[in-house]
Design a protein around this ligand. Structure first.
Ligand code: BTN
Length: 321
């Protein structure tokens, strides 16, 4: 009922809707309407009530509420079920738990804040309240476990495309799946997998986008290397529109990948790459190399031409440009 009232207020915006109209169209009592208006206000919606005119929606909160994301979402299956958390340790853990309990493919966990956000290679991920988009997708791709890496690269392509379309900011991809603006990281992706030898049970693709932080919001350890879309553009970004665009792009790319394989995804990844055909240093857990980033192979591994001329295939690590 609350959602139906909100829909009505949105449809009529900026005009008011009379209490009588709401009663008639939704078959509720005036007392019930008043209670729902209070609940909406507590969630941050600004609603003016004027004696004879009725209720006018004057403000929508900056929150990643499922009903806001769903309002205008163009996807077929991705994000059709959204689990919303005001605060959570990490959306990846919540998504894994839901997947174990049988959540459907395409379900999404989104949080306003993560208190124990996880990054790649055992690092932590800073995810402050209302400043970014911290979300995890539950997928069951019908491929063998070694091919799962392709979905992570697909995620980088999709989110980069969504950011470019929604904000006009020229984000680039750094191998394997970091998104950068002017050399600073604005998005990271952490994929986790439950699999057997021959099949993937479920896959959780965790995506963190720094959206509206100020540079001083970042803890000391990230201040030099990270940025937000806001610091990059000087403009406060609408998080709901951006997550909607990211879900739509992801689903489009996922369907392309299911139909035509990794080739078109990789081509797009290469087009947006800022870490190919240049000199790089790579830090892997027990090793590091310097060389020329020559290519990416069909598994997403980086082919590094070492100073001695030999080609080193790198499957995991951190690139410094
Ligand atoms: C990285 O670049 O190190 C990966 C960062 C991944 C961050 C996202 S935010 C949503 C999801 N939940 C987590 O704890 N991590 C991922």
């Amino acid at each position: 009922m609350k959602d139906a009232i909100l829909r009505l207020l949105k449809e009529r915006r900026p005009e008011p809707v009379s209490g009588e109209d709401i009663c008639k169209s939704l078959n509720v009592t005036r007392t019930a309407i008043w209670k729902h208006m209070q609940v909406l206000r507590e969630s941050g919606y600004e609603i003016e009530a004027r004696p004879r005119a009725g209720y006018t929606l004057t403000g929508i909160p900056d929150r990643l509420y499922p009903e806001e994301i769903l309002d205008g979402l163009s996807t077929r299956f991705l994000g059709r079920k959204i689990y919303y958390c005001d605060s959570v340790s990490t959306t990846n853990e919540t998504a894994k738990e839901l997947a174990r309990q049988g959540a459907a493919e395409g379900a999404v966990v989104v949080a306003e804040e993560q208190t124990g956000g996880k990054g790649r290679l055992g690092r932590r991920w800073f995810a402050p309240k209302y400043k970014g988009i911290w979300f995890s997708l539950i997928l069951c791709p019908p491929v063998l476990p070694p091919e799962a890496n392709q979905v992570t690269m697909l995620a980088a392509v999709a989110v980069a495309a969504a950011i470019r379309k929604e904000t006009g900011i020229a984000v680039g991809i750094k191998w394997p799946n970091d998104l950068l603006v002017s050399g600073r990281k604005i998005c990271g992706i952490l994929t986790e997998l439950s699999a057997e030898m021959e099949r993937i049970n479920y896959m959780v693709v965790g995506i963190g986008i720094n959206v509206n932080q100020e540079q001083t919001d970042f803890p000391e350890e990230f201040r030099e290397s990270a940025a937000s879309l806001r610091t990059a553009s000087g403009i406060k970004i609408n998080r709901v529109k951006l997550i909607r665009a990211a879900l739509a792009e992801f689903e489009q790319w996922y369907e392309i990948w299911l139909e035509r394989g990794f080739t078109p995804v990789l081509a797009s990844w290469k087009e947006m790459s800022v870490s190919l055909h240049c000199q790089v240093r790579i830090h892997a857990p027990n090793k590091s190399w310097e060389g020329w980033a020559e290519d990416i192979d069909s598994d997403g591994a980086l082919l590094l031409r070492l100073p001695g001329g030999e080609l080193q295939r790198v499957i995991s690590g951190e690139v410094s440009l």
